[in-house]
Design a protein around this ligand. Structure first.
Ligand SMILES: [Zn+2]
Length: 151
């Protein structure tokens, strides 16, 4: 456990809208598009290479389940995944996390714009970045928990 890591305190946290075996799904506080969420292991690992074969299997199976759930909740038929590993690749928080971004036709001017937005959304120097208030974030999380429990 790393006390300054924002993803190390997710166990029993109200921000988690779904839990898999060892993994949490949370709504991004700086969503680049509606539905933009993260899948994060509860344990502090930096890299996919630190996961066992069993954990890798859980990770992808849970991420696929959450992707299907988000695409339904946000009425999307497509999605982008992004996993950035290492500073050179744009990893902003050194705790493994997968971005899941539901997509719709016409949601961005250019289909590839999501990557630039993703980089801007974590840049503290970028004053235009979208950042939800805690109240907005909690409302979306509660809505997702409700939908999740209905299934
Ligand atoms: Zn951590």
């Amino acid at each position: 456990m790393n006390t300054i890591c924002p993803f190390c305190s997710l166990e029993h946290s109200p921000v988690v809208f779904a839990s898999g075996n060892g993994f949490a799904a949370i709504y991004n506080i700086s969503p680049i598009l509606p539905g933009h969420s993260l899948v994060v292991p509860y344990q502090h690992v930096t890299s996919l290479f630190e996961l066992t074969e069993g954990e890798i299997s859980e990770f992808f199976s849970f991420a696929r389940d959450i992707t299907a759930f988000l695409c339904e909740a946000f009425e999307s038929e497509a999605y982008d995944w992004s996993l950035q590993e290492g500073l050179e690749a744009g990893q902003s928080i050194s705790h493994l996390h997968l971005h899941i971004i539901p997509r719709k036709q016409g949601d961005l001017a250019d289909n590839g714009d999501w990557y630039g937005l993703l980089q801007q959304s974590v840049d503290p120097e970028n004053r235009d970045r979208i950042r939800l208030s805690e109240t907005e974030h909690a409302a979306i999380t509660e809505r997702l928990k409700g939908l999740r429990n209905r299934n």
